[in-house]
Design a protein around this ligand. Structure first.
Ligand code: FAD
Length: 621
């Protein structure tokens, strides 16, 4: 007998960055939603760095924002240091990043979730996924409660069988001072899922009053900063006081301390066997792998407005406590610094994401979705991007509608999910601009132009904002035309000058027709910037649009779900195995699977043509 049962449409397991977005969007779309989490006090906890955004990640946050998500809004409300990155390069590659007050971030996220209609939040651990006839039916919790649902989204982060390492000691935990989730991994394995291990790590935190700031480089926030969210009122922003960050470096002595103590490192003594994030390595990894580097940069980032703690970005470590003390004291400005929390590494279970459809629904169990770190990614933004898509698709599944699958030319989220489900992961997957072949199309400044139609389609944008967006979009086209036709005294058009990065002057009256009375992203200044960017990079942008259209032809060629690759003559053995495993939905997706050659794609195309010819003949008979 179960202690208590209740029916829901959708259950989301885990209230981290993926789970928060999934639960928010599902309930916003009218579904009776349950959010289960290990602790109500750590909803939206930033496990590592108290920062959101960065190159490519900032773009994801803005995409989540347009689709009705919370991350950008909460970042704006709790940000204490904002920086637009890459401003020395063209606007097309700018990326926003912000430091947040860690505590305010989670409290603010919790506040928005608690205010959300249709959403029930409970502090309970999911122990088993209940399945009937290969379809998800609900979740059983540690209180022996049975919650029934039509769809379940699993967003368990680093908690599944989490194991923390500090030096040669290790102990079970989801994060430091939090219980691990046990049982759910076994339930997934019993259902037939492949479950593997990955690892990540975090640096020590130090007491700000023990830092010698006179020896450090100061890094002030942008002021005035640019908000993340399109929906943040500019007149109210920034909401919080802005704080400085500081820069210092490791040195030869730091590196010697690390090298002398590798025999006490869980990474270098073989205790940790799982692979960690390649692009966010521990300081011991950096020192060992880049032996000729004389120093590594460290950003000292304030943890919040009401605390003295600083996050030491750049010295993630799982070396023993006494070694971490020595490392910190060897660094300029930190000679007398006191560590408040030690760094650590954590190993956890994840499910290789090739077990998912591009909708993030699992191939094995209908109605079961995975999002976030469980799919082998790392990062809050990557988690949020998957969470919102899994949430939307769980709703669409219940409504019997086609899933939302964003293209690689439409969104970084599209690139992220396509990479995960098509290629899988070898090490924790982090987003980079280099992963996107159409980078110039996926800019921060045009997120609204790329994704607003989806927000409108799924009713995720308030009507007043949508009308404002439409006004902006119309005026943008008009302004571009004006720039292309208005001649200067030299006979060139304004567009010609923009393309040559030359200054130009406009009368107030010239701009009058394009003015927008708005306190939000859709304002006159952003309109002018957007018109300039689109004109300046038009050649490159058109080239990428053309390339994307060519590839789309392959993307539109659907592969039937019941296709038997073993029976297709001419396909190489490796291609047969990979195609049967990944089950690509389109020829485009098939062509991106590693091990599937262009020759295999041609064979597949010929086979599909034969199938459709046969079908045609059958219809005619
Ligand atoms: P999480 O944020 O981990 O949230 C998981 C949620 O699920 C939690 O609320 C938990 O309570 C809940 N939960 C888990 N199991 C259950 C269950 N059975 N029942 C109910 N609730 C459950 N990212 C980087 O980009 N760079 C880094 O350097 C970096 N370092 C990290 C270091 C450490 C030590 C850790 C722990 C994480 C680090 N991360 C880093 C990763 C980043 O924190 C995650 O990628 C991100 O938080 C993942 O979001 P998520 O929503 O998938 O999971």
């Amino acid at each position: 007998m179960h202690t208590y049962t209740e029916d829901f449409d959708i259950i989301v397991i885990g209230a981290g960055h993926a789970g928060a977005e999934a639960a928010n969007v599902a309930s916003k779309m009218g579904m009776k939603t349950l959010l289960l989490t290990m602790s109500l006090d750590t909803i939206g906890q930033m496990s590592c760095n108290p920062a959101i955004g960065g190159v490519a990640k900032g773009q994801i946050v803005r995409e989540v924002d347009i689709l009705g998500g919370l991350m950008a809004k909460v970042t704006d409300e709790t940000g204490i240091h904002f920086k637009m990155l890459n401003t020395s390069k063209g606007e097309a590659v700018w990326s926003p990043r912000a430091q947040c007050d860690r505590t305010l971030y989670r409290l603010t996220l919790k506040k928005y979730l608690e205010q959300q209609k249709n959403l029930t939040i409970k502090q309970e651990e999911a122990k088993r996924i209940v399945v009937e006839n290969n379809k998800v039916a609900g979740v059983l919790t540690n209180h022996n409660n049975l919650y029934k649902a039509k769809c379940v989204v699993v967003c368990t982060g680093t908690f599944l069988n989490g194991l923390i390492h500090i030096g040669l000691k290790s102990f079970p935990a989801g994060r430091y001072a939090e219980f691990p989730a046990t049982g759910l991994s076994d339930s997934l394995k019993e259902l037939g899922f492949e479950v593997k291990r990955l690892k990540t790590g975090t640096p020590p935190r130090i007491d700000g009053k023990t830092i010698d700031y006179s020896k450090l480089e100061v890094q002030p926030s942008d002021n005035p900063p640019i908000p993340f969210s399109h929906f943040t009122a500019l007149s109210k922003f920034p909401y919080q006081k802005l704080l400085d960050c500081y820069i210092t470096y490791t040195n030869k002595e730091t590196h010697k301390i690390i090298l002398d103590n590798l025999d006490r490192s869980p990474l270098y003594t073989g205790i940790i066997k799982s692979i960690g994030p390649r692009y966010c390595p521990s300081i011991e990894d950096k020192v060992v792998k880049f032996k000729d580097r004389e120093r590594h940069q460290i950003f000292l980032e304030p943890e919040g407005l009401y605390t003295n703690e600083f996050y030491c970005n750049g010295i993630s470590s799982s070396l023993p406590e006494d070694v971490q003390e020595k490392i910190v004291h060897s660094i300029k400005g930190l000679e007398n610094a006191k560590i408040t929390r030690y760094g650590y590494a954590i190993e956890y279970d994840f499910c290789p994401p090739t077990q998912l459809w591009p909708s993030l629904e699992t191939k094995l169990i209908e109605g079961l979705f995975f999002a976030g770190q469980i799919n082998g990614t790392t990062g809050y933004e990557e988690a949020a991007g998957q969470g919102i898509i899994a949430g939307i698709n769980a709703v669409l599944k219940i409504r019997g509608e086609e899933p939302l699958v964003l293209g690689r030319d439409e969104a970084y989220i599209g690139v992220l999910i396509d990479d995960l489900v098509t290629k899988g992961v070898m090490d924790p997957y982090r987003m980079f601009t280099s992963r996107a072949e159409y980078r110039l199309l996926l800019r921060t400044d045009n997120t609204d132009l790329r994704l607003m139609d989806y927000a409108k389609k799924y009713n995720l944008v308030e009507e007043s904002f949508y009308q404002l967006f439409l006004e902006y979009k119309n005026k943008l086209e008009q302004l571009k035309k004006f720039f292309e036709t208005k001649k200067t005294q030299t006979g060139e058009t304004i567009a010609d000058l923009i393309k040559q990065s030359k200054e130009f002057y406009l009368e107030e009256t010239d701009l009058e027709p394009y003015k927008i009375n708005s306190d939000y992203y859709w304002n006159t200044q952003n309109l002018i910037n957007e018109a300039k960017i689109q004109i300046k990079y038009s050649g490159y942008i058109e080239k990428q649009i053309h390339q994307a259209q060519q590839i789309k032809k392959l993307e539109n060629k659907k592969i039937p779900e019941d296709i038997d690759y073993e029976k297709i003559p001419g396909l190489l053995k490796e291609a047969k195995i990979k195609l049967s495993q990944i089950k690509p939905k389109t020829i485009g997706q098939a062509s991106r699977i590693s091990g599937v050659t262009p020759a295999d794609v041609s064979v597949l195309l010929v086979h599909l043509k034969k199938l459709s010819d046969k079908e045609q003949q059958n219809i005619q008979k």
